[in-house]
Design a protein around this ligand. Structure first.
Ligand code: COA
Length: 337
């Protein structure tokens, strides 16, 4: 049976940098609070771009560094909590931008675990022979759904996109994948769908009666509960992956965690008793980019030359839903490819 491998990676972040100091000029916050509570120093914000356009930029970077042409892609999966539209899917829009005319395209909603869920779906399609070359993208323009009047949430997030092309080969690639969900925590981290907006009050009452509008469509979060969930989900996912692959933490060169918060990562470093260098972080520069955070980190590691063929890396994510997931990958891309 052929193995499922990552053939190429790509990422894109918008040029506009918003530092903590800049935020402190427009709201009651400061660099010290944000840095000590989260580790975040700055984030990128899209100006005039939507999720599909940054997703397509990340995809094109992945395509450029592979031998795969857009027409060779037969499946595109976009993981996002901030799609351009209810319909069409962001994946279909990306398909059009990059010219992947032979692909089947759809989006998935699994918040910050979305990229891992996407890898899992791609894995199943490739392993059973239904698809050959699959593009998985995690892309977010979270700045569009942030409540900029709520300093507890808006300072945490940023925009960006990361992509990976998966295909099959002889060498080991994706060794183990695990995902899970718990809808009982659905209210802990959420963004409502847009509320009904009919300007004509009479017409609105005739159709809906005298009902209250749904809350505004902003991201809301119970920060402390999410923190507790995050450390539990990360710990359990890492244990599950190591147990089922019969590997130890020493076999793993890098852990690439969802880039939400340095304190969550520090907690995991202590719990696992590992060197902090085993955890790759870039949240200092991008904040939490939800589904994009893991693929952006993985692409940066790839481009920085941190990954050698044969290295084992462990990706682990958690987020709204509640959702979580992880994968162990044996790296199969030659350096500087
Ligand atoms: N700047 C300055 N002060 C702020 C602030 C900001 N941006 N945001 C909140 N505060 C204030 C609060 O108003 C509160 O003040 P008060 O004590 O006078 O009421 C104080 O700081 C503490 O707020 P609290 O929300 O209790 O802080 P916390 O220690 O729980 O830290 C988080 C908040 C969000 C950093 C923390 O809960 C966390 O990291 N949670 C996980 C978030 C996460 O990872 N989400 C993504 C999951 S995918």
């Amino acid at each position: 049976m052929k193995e499922v491998q990552i053939l190429a990676t790509g990422s894109y972040v918008p040029d506009r940098i918003v530092t903590n100091d800049e935020l402190s000029t427009v709201m009651d916050t400061n660099d010290e609070w944000i840095k000590t509570r989260t580790g975040i120093c700055e984030r990128r914000i899209t100006t005039g771009e939507n999720t599909s356009s940054i997703a397509a930029k990340a995809a094109l970077k992945a395509l450029e560094s592979s031998y795969i042409k857009p027409v060779d892609l037969d499946l595109i999966i976009v993981a996002t909590a901030t799609p351009d539209c209810y319909t069409p899917s962001t994946a279909c829009i990306v398909q059009d931008i990059i010219g992947a005319t032979n692909a089947t395209c759809f989006d998935i909603s699994a918040a910050c675990s979305g990229f891992i869920y996407g890898l899992n779906i791609a894995y199943q399609f490739i392993k059973n022979g239904a698809k050959k070359n699959v593009l998985v993208i995690g892309a977010e323009t979270l700045s569009k759904i942030l409540d900029w009047n709520n300093r507890s949430t808006c300072v945490l997030f940023g925009d960006g996109a990361g992509a990976a092309i998966l295909g099959c080969g002889e060498e080991k690639g994706l060794i183990e994948i695990h995902t899970g969900s718990d809808g009982r925590g659905a209210n802990l981290l959420k963004c409502n769908a847009a509320s009904v907006d009919i300007n004509n009050k009479d017409l609105k009452e005739k159709i809906y009666g005298n009902t209250e509008d749904v809350d505004k469509s902003y991201l809301t979060m119970e920060g402390r509960e999410i923190f507790k969930f995050a450390v539990k989900a990360m710990g359990e996912t890492i244990d599950t992956l190591l147990n089922s692959s019969e590997l130890t933490i020493e076999d793993i060169k890098y852990i690439v965690p969802h880039q939400a918060n340095l304190r969550i990562i520090d907690y995991m470093i202590k719990k696992l008793k590992v060197d902090s260098k085993k955890f790759y972080t870039n949240l200092q520069y991008y904040g939490n980019t939800s589904a994009a955070s893991i693929p952006i980190a993985m692409d940066q590691m790839n481009r920085e030359g941190l990954l050698e063929k044969g290295d084992k890396i462990l990706l682990v994510g958690f987020g709204g839903g509640l959702t979580w997931g992880g994968t162990i990958i044996e790296w199969t891309i030659n350096k500087n490819k």
